[in-house]
Design a binder for this molecule. Structure first.
Ligand code: SF4
Length: 196
């Protein structure tokens, strides 16, 4: 394959909330290589093992590449086009809604979804289905963390700038194994600890 047909695409690591910048080399069909984005202000080229191996998950990962519908609980799932699966899901939801009302439906979405996906899921739940029953791990997880911050530190606020890492004289880390959970920020913290 000629180097000309390989395109580099800048993106953000899909895993933890550190948000490391990465560059994907792709031939248009699959991701060939993942490297850290040297210019990205979160990681300056560093990636942890999860970020570095993210191409494997995108290529031959064994994940489903098509929709499947089980026409009856006792039947095997049947391969179906995405459009058909969406229509079928919409019809089933409509039937439940008409028969049992909005609170018969609830949504459990993910904190890992993009802001746009969160918006769409909330719009669907509250604006169209008209139920308040929407929950995600972001609330389940952060409600307890927020309550803990407020009780212990007197305040719960969004995190500051990563640049603060390079200026602080004190780190207080509690209840978190940063080295495992947010490795690149941990390395950044340790760079500062060594520089002090
Ligand atoms: S620390 Fe690792 S998992 Fe988290 S965003 Fe960076 S590369 Fe991805």
């Amino acid at each position: 394959m000629s180097e000309l047909s390989i395109k580099s695409v800048k993106t953000v690591c899909p895993y933890c909330g550190v948000g490391c910048g990465m560059v994907l080399d792709t031939d248009g069909q699959k991701v060939l290589k993942v490297t850290g984005d040297k210019k990205h202000p979160a990681n300056f080229g560093r990636l942890c093992t999860k970020g570095q191996t993210s191409a494997q998950v995108l290529t031959n990962s064994g994940r489903m590449e098509s929709a499947f519908v089980r026409n009856d609980r006792s039947h095997q799932p049947v391969k179906t086009s995405i459009a058909q699966a969406i229509s079928y899901t919409a019809k089933r939801l409509r039937d439940i809604l008409d028969q049992h009302g909005p609170d018969a439906i609830s949504f459990y979405v993910s904190g890992q979804m993009s802001i746009e996906s969160q918006y769409l899921a909330n719009k669907l739940a509250k604006g169209f289905v008209r139920t308040n029953n929407i929950e995600s791990n972001s609330r389940l997880c952060m409600a307890s963390a927020g309550a803990g911050y407020k009780l212990s530190l007197g305040s719960d606020a969004p995190p500051g700038s990563y640049q603060d890492f390079d200026h602080t004289h004190l780190f207080l880390v509690m209840g978190s194994n940063m080295a495992d959970c947010h490795p690149i920020l941990y390395l950044r913290m340790m760079d500062r600890v060594k520089a002090e």
